[in-house]
Write a protein that binds this ligand. Structure first.
Ligand code: SF4
Length: 305
């Protein structure tokens, strides 16, 4: 699976000062599971090293980009290369993208925007490349490296990536109506944990009381599904789902194992351990007892070892 990454996060010396912003989690951890494809729009057009640049808002509220020292307006150049590189994102069949935070090119949120001819700034901007990618591929899973230090955001991102890829792999199989029902069944817990409303909406699409043709159903389901998996959900809903699934095999395990698992579920809820730890414990029992929680049930599979 191909994951796009801002080049400097991989240790490439492409920052304005010839340095890098190597990130261990992205380079080493994600690098073990994904084929990392690097992007650096700034280095392509301005070379390295280069003057620092910043987002600037004029009196009419228009946002442009300029070199910090000379104030040369470089909006068009950076916009054009960002659009070109965004096209490459599509050509590389990415399943997600990790952007460098705070950058006027790569930041996905809270990038500093300066007032014209002033040192005053507000964290309200979006980098030009990140914006181009988001506009072209609104459902592509994206995150910034800093947010991936948060276990909850990280788990949501990884789940989203695998579910996103799974949907497009599923479409390649030229699915029939029954295949869509099966796909939905596999994801029902994951969707439910993210949004009860989305769960109901997608269930209604699959039930197809309107007798829509398959192509129309797939299109409708696609939008709802890709929006659902982008929702971060919350711990409370995930906790409820874990308890529900625990019920499937609570009778098959010993009292001690039951206590251990319930303790893990509660520790997850309290933020003491990450979701992945609970999922790994569940997977051990599912494998050991070949319990009827389908091993394909996607609250497990995206994070399965
Ligand atoms: S933040 Fe983006 S544009 Fe800036 S150096 Fe890193 S990859 Fe290049």
């Amino acid at each position: 699976m191909n994951l796009g990454v801002s080049s400097c996060l991989l240790g490439t010396q492409c920052r304005y000062d010839g340095g890098h912003a190597h990130n261990d989690y992205v380079g080493e951890e994600l690098g073990r599971y994904f084929n990392l494809i690097s992007f650096c729009p700034e280095a392509i057009v301005f070379g390295t090293p280069r003057d620092t640049m910043r987002l600037v808002e004029d009196k009419e509220g228009a946002i442009c980009v300029e070199f910090s020292k000379t104030h040369q307006d470089i909006t068009t150049t950076l916009y054009d290369i960002s659009q070109k590189e965004a096209l490459r994102v599509g050509n590389e069949s990415l399943c997600g993208f990790v952007f460098k935070s705070k950058s006027p090119t790569c930041g996905i949120e809270r990038v500093k925007v300066y007032q014209k001819d002033s040192a005053y700034s507000e964290k309200k901007g979006v980098g030009l490349f990140a914006q181009a990618v988001r506009e072209r591929y609104p459902y592509l899973p994206i995150e910034e490296e800093g947010r991936l230090h948060d276990p909850w955001l990280r788990e949501n991102f990884i789940m989203q990536i695998f579910a996103y890829q799974d949907w497009f792999d599923f479409l390649q199989t030229q699915p029939k109506m029954g295949d869509l029902v099966e796909f939905h069944t596999r994801y029902k817990y994951l969707i439910y944990a993210k949004s009860h409303n989305r769960y109901k909406e997608l269930g209604t699409i699959v039930a197809n009381h309107e007798k829509r043709p398959l192509s129309e159903m797939l299109e409708l389901y696609k939008h709802g599904f890709l929006e659902a998996i982008a929702i971060k959900g919350n711990k409370g809903k995930t906790y409820n789902i874990l308890q529900h699934i625990f019920g499937y095999f609570s009778k098959a395990i010993t009292t001690g194992e039951k206590e251990e698992l319930l303790l893990a579920i509660n520790e997850y809820k309290e933020g003491i351990i990450p979701l992945i730890t609970v999922i790994k414990m569940f997977n051990l029992y599912i494998k050991r007892f070949e319990i009827g929680v389908s091993s394909q049930t996607k609250i497990f599979a995206p994070l399965s070892p």
